[in-house]
Design a protein around this ligand. Structure first.
Ligand SMILES: *Cc1c(COP(=O)(O)O)cnc(C)c1O
Ligand SMILES: [Zn+2]
Length: 406
């Protein structure tokens, strides 16, 4: 039976102090400065839907609509996002000592990165709440995704990104009709400039400053367990910038455990950062509950070049509560794994995704993984957005009548 569209959205709740907020009004942070989390009436979901019902639904992330915040189907703004494949990379896994290695390949999503999940749900809900113009600072992919979905929703967008953000993401914003500004600085500087637009009435959709992006990214967790047959892997490895995906995956699994659609222990969640910008790794190692901002942040994996994350305490508790860990990997390792995996598996990852491979290899070397685990890594974007990171030497140019060199 196909159930009518329904969202079990109940209210919003501060991730730190627990204060409740009305979900049917536009909201940003809690008064205490903390991100708000979306809460659902999970009893209602349990009474009305089962995993069998979900199985019969269209192959996109809206198949989980009861656990998403959009109340009316007509407000869904979609470009066909969700249900990306989970692919084994056994040969490569064997080479690095973890044969049971799976990649959830988010590079296939609209706009070429998993930011499409957050944008699809965030823009749909913004439309539902009557918001007409959105702004954000971005390292590129989020801006591209939100500008694109905003265009589809008939909304205006104003995007500010650092000069170093991948050129293609600027083009995506411009093509989608965004007002685009490039700042001679990092994402924190872009945030200050976007803040002026917020003061001017543009709705702030900066990472974790509105509650619904997490809900979109949560669907990665829902899909992973559904695709494994409503079962959890042993370990999930995630390239962490603002940490929205990691926080979202943990939230998804918690909701499914409460619903009884899953049983057992949560997978160990692993946050991967680049050694040139690793505030979460440092805080994890120091046993701190929050992370100090990182000075002189730099990495080739630009999507995880985040010196200071608003959700630091949520990332750290997700790692610790699940018995996970945090790992820093060098840029040189990221690029070496990117090239080696492409050649071995035909799986060309974005640098952020390749960072998870470098992390798995490192964790195996250190003995944190024994090699028997089922490990899911997230390739968070398409390699095609980062041609400058490809290990590629131009082959010789042949004359038209050249004889093929042997
Ligand atoms: C934004 C981004 C990340 C980091 O995502 P968070 O959820 O903010 O930690 C990782 N990879 C890519 C390709 C990204 O664009
Ligand atoms: Zn609060």
């Amino acid at each position: 039976m196909v159930q009518p569209w329904n969202s079990a959205l109940s209210h919003l709740e501060c991730g730190r102090c627990g204060t409740r907020y009305d979900a049917d009004k536009p909201q940003n942070l809690c008064e205490c400065g903390t991100p708000l989390l979306v809460r659902y009436d999970l009893d209602q979901v349990g009474r009305t839907v089962s995993t069998k019902d979900i199985a019969g639904r269209p192959n996109d992330l809206w198949r989980y609509h009861e656990l998403l915040p959009v109340r009316e189907q007509r407000n869904v703004v979609s470009l066909g996002e969700g249900m990306t494949p989970i692919l084994p990379i056994r040969d490569y896994g064997t080479r690095i000592g973890v044969p049971n290695l799976l990649v959830k390949d988010e590079g296939l999503l609209p706009t070429g990165s998993f930011k499409a999940r957050g944008a699809a749900v965030g823009i749909s809900r913004a439309l539902e709440l009557g918001i007409e113009r959105i702004t954000m600072p971005t390292n590129g992919n989020a801006g591209a995704a939100w500008a694109t979905y905003a265009a589809r929703a008939g909304m205006k967008s104003l995007i500010v990104m650092p000069q170093e953000a991948p050129t293609i993401t600027r083009m995506e914003c411009a093509m989608a009709g965004a007002r685009l500004y490039i700042v001679d600085g990092l994402i924190g500087d872009a945030g200050k400039i976007a803040g002026q637009a917020v003061a001017d009435g543009w709705f702030n959709t900066s990472t974790l400053k509105e509650p619904y992006r997490i809900e979109g990214k949560k669907t990665m967790g829902l899909e992973i367990v559904e695709q494994l047959g409503w079962r959890m892997p042993d370990v999930i490895v995630y390239p962490t910038g603002g940490g929205v995906g990691l926080i979202g995956i943990r939230k998804a699994l918690d909701e499914l455990l409460t619903l009884g659609w899953l049983t057992g222990r949560l997978p160990k969640l692993v946050a991967v950062q680049a050694s040139g910008v690793a505030p979460i790794v440092r805080a994890f190692e120091e046993g701190a509950e929050t992370a100090e901002p990182w000075e002189d942040a730099s990495t080739v994996a630009f999507g995880i070049n985040v010196a200071s994350a608003l959700g630091d305490f949520l990332i750290l508790s997700a790692i610790r509560d699940t018995g996970g860990t945090a790992v820093a990997v060098d840029d040189a390792d990221i690029l070496a794994h990117q090239a080696a995996c492409a050649a071995a598996e035909g799986m060309l990852m974005c640098p952020e995704g390749a960072a998870t491979l470098a992390a798995v290899a490192q964790l195996k070397d250190k003995g944190w993984l024994d090699g028997s685990e089922e490990v899911v890594v997230l390739n968070t974007g398409s390699d095609l957005k980062y041609p400058h990171t490809a290990a590629y030497d131009e082959p010789p140019l042949l004359a038209k009548d050249a004889v093929l060199p042997s």
